[in-house]
Design a protein around this ligand. Structure first.
Ligand code: ME8
Length: 512
């Protein structure tokens, strides 16, 4: 019996240039939660994809000398390839140029028209093509002769054109009461406060169509208008579930979404506009929006326009995908921004992966393979120190599900790596190699406890470093179907007679 359904999404990426670490970061976070929930026996649907309409993409295509669709076909593939390279376990990859998405956007638009939430008027104000966002007059400043958004730092242009509007102002009170009723709709809590303050300060109606360019989805009843790219893009989360077929299995199982993982720069769209559109269309809003911080290079957001990009593909080729996944998840604090560098990446690989988890596995496996023919029989009487490490591990694992349910990945990893550290210490203190001649029963128990510890740590690290942890679990002869979190409820993983296979070095230490 599955425990429940869990629908998790990444932002769909603008294929307006090469992918960078920020993209990799958003995707890996979502993948870790998806894998954890699968290991916890949930029915998981994990979605990623590309956001292909709007002026930003139209301009990128023009610059590349291609028509927009050919351009998107080419660039969307780059992002799809990246998802493989990042070892994402996504169940679907959606493109907003697909027919299924058009059907879904048209239906949502029609619902908003029908509910009386859309009206025709004229937009006059600032627009940032790079953010695909409208900004209020008080959000724009003059900098070096250019008009800049104070929110994002990107350049804005003055726009005056006929436009359909969504009555966002009418949703202010309803949104505030929605946030109040759903305390964990926005995590971390600091971001929730940001959003609530913004909504309290007053919401203006939102322009939801453009007439000055053509690359997008036409409004159903007026082909002069292109649907605002954010209304188009956000709907991808429904399109992938075959919306408007609300009687279909995918939609029934997975809507409302469990978590939209996003970067803090796109919080307004997900935490204000999206629930307002959905409430207006009488569709349940998602259960959670998790806004992670930025990856910084120096003190600036890493982005193409700033030219301070660490290329994820190059780094993966040089260091390995598990290493990058671990580093990004461990070192960058999830609520706030984090600086990354090759130097701290190397330190992290050495300290946590090579010297801690890798070393633990290697020393226990080599000893058992070299001295016990790969077989360890557990005996009855566990010593006090055996019992102590088992109990300490129980304490460290107590809150793990809770951490993951609240997207507190930093504390999760810290607890797991502490278990590995404790287990190394236990082996150092117990010195099983000294017991081979005189107390083989005690030695066997220590090694058996060590194997059980390694199995637990490997299952817990599996969502973060799937390749290495699966190598260890293979060498422990643990069936892929049994690599789940039942041990958190007291189930043993390693049989009393444990047979292991040889294990290659997991992580090479980097000498710099
Ligand atoms: O925003 N650090 O797409 P996108 C951390 N198409 N995260 C970063 C980052 C950085 N330096 N730079 C970007 C879009 N990101 C829209 C999404 S969803 C319906 C539509 C994150 O390709 C950014 O915060 O510009 C966002 O979550 C994601 O990468 C995609 O950015």
């Amino acid at each position: 019996m599955k425990k429940g359904n869990f629908y998790i999404t990444t932002p769909i990426y603008y294929p307006s240039g090469a992918p960078h670490m920020g993209h990799a970061y958003s995707s890996i976070i979502a993948d870790v939660f998806a894998r954890f929930k699968r290991n916890d026996n949930c029915n998981v649907y994990f979605l990623t994809g590309t956001d292909e309409h709007g002026l930003k993409i139209q301009k990128a295509a023009e610059k590349a000398g291609l028509d927009p669709l050919s351009y998107c076909n080419k660039l969307s593939k780059v992002f799809k390839d990246l998802s493989k390279k990042l070892n994402l376990s996504n169940d679907d990859f959606i493109r907003t140029t697909e027919k299924r998405h058009y059907n879904s956007v048209n239906d949502l638009w029609n619902k908003l028209v029908k509910s009386g939430d859309i009206y025709l008027s004229k937009y006059k104000g600032w627009y940032s093509v790079s953010d695909e966002a409208y900004y209020n007059l008080d959000e724009v400043i003059d900098k070096g002769g250019k008009k800049i958004s104070t929110f994002s730092g990107s350049e804005v242009e003055w726009v005056e054109e006929e436009s359909f509007f969504f009555k966002l102002s009418a949703w202010q009170k309803k949104l505030l009461s929605f946030y109040e009723k759903n305390e964990k709709f926005i995590l971390p809590l600091s971001r929730r406060n940001e959003v609530i303050n913004f909504v309290k300060s007053g919401l203006k109606d939102l322009s939801v169509s453009r007439t000055s360019f053509t690359w997008g989805i036409k409004t159903p009843n007026n082909s002069k208008h292109i649907i605002y790219v954010w209304l188009d893009a956000l709907t991808n989360y429904l399109s992938a579930l075959e919306y408007p077929n609300v009687e279909g299995k995918l939609y029934k199982d997975f809507w409302p979404a469990s978590v939209h993982v996003i970067g803090k720069d796109i919080l307004r769209f997900h935490a204000i506009y999206w629930p307002a559109f959905l409430l207006a269309a009488k569709i349940k809003p998602p259960l959670r929006v998790f806004g992670h911080g930025w990856i910084l290079s120096g003190d600036e957001k890493m982005s193409k326009s700033k030219g301070n990009i660490l290329n994820p593909l190059e780094i993966i080729d040089n260091y390995g995908i598990d290493e990058i996944r671990y580093y990004l998840m461990k070192e960058v604090s999830h609520g706030s921004d984090g600086n990354i560098s090759l130097n701290s990446l190397e330190k992290c690989i050495n300290s946590d992966l090579a010297n801690n988890y890798g070393n633990l596995c290697q020393r226990v496996f080599s000893f058992i393979n070299n001295n016990c023919n790969g077989i360890i029989n557990k005996n009855k009487n566990l010593s006090d120190s055996d019992k102590k490490i088992i109990n300490e591990t129980k304490l460290l694992t107590k809150n793990l599900r809770d951490f993951m349910d609240n997207q507190n990945l930093n504390n999760y990893i810290k607890s797991v790596i502490d278990i590995s550290f404790l287990t190394n210490k236990y082996i150092n203190d117990e010195e099983p190699w000294k017991l081979k001649k005189n107390n083989i029963d005690k030695m066997n128990n220590i090694l058996h406890v060590a194997l059980e510890q390694i199995a637990k740590i490997s299952i817990l690290l599996n969502p973060i470093i799937p390749l290495a942890s699966n190598k260890v679990l293979d060498a422990l002869n643990i069936d892929p179907k049994s690599r789940n979190l039942y041990f958190l409820d007291g189930k043993k993983i390693i049989p009393d007679k444990a047979k292991i296979k040889p294990l290659d070095i997991l992580f090479k230490k980097i000498n710099s």
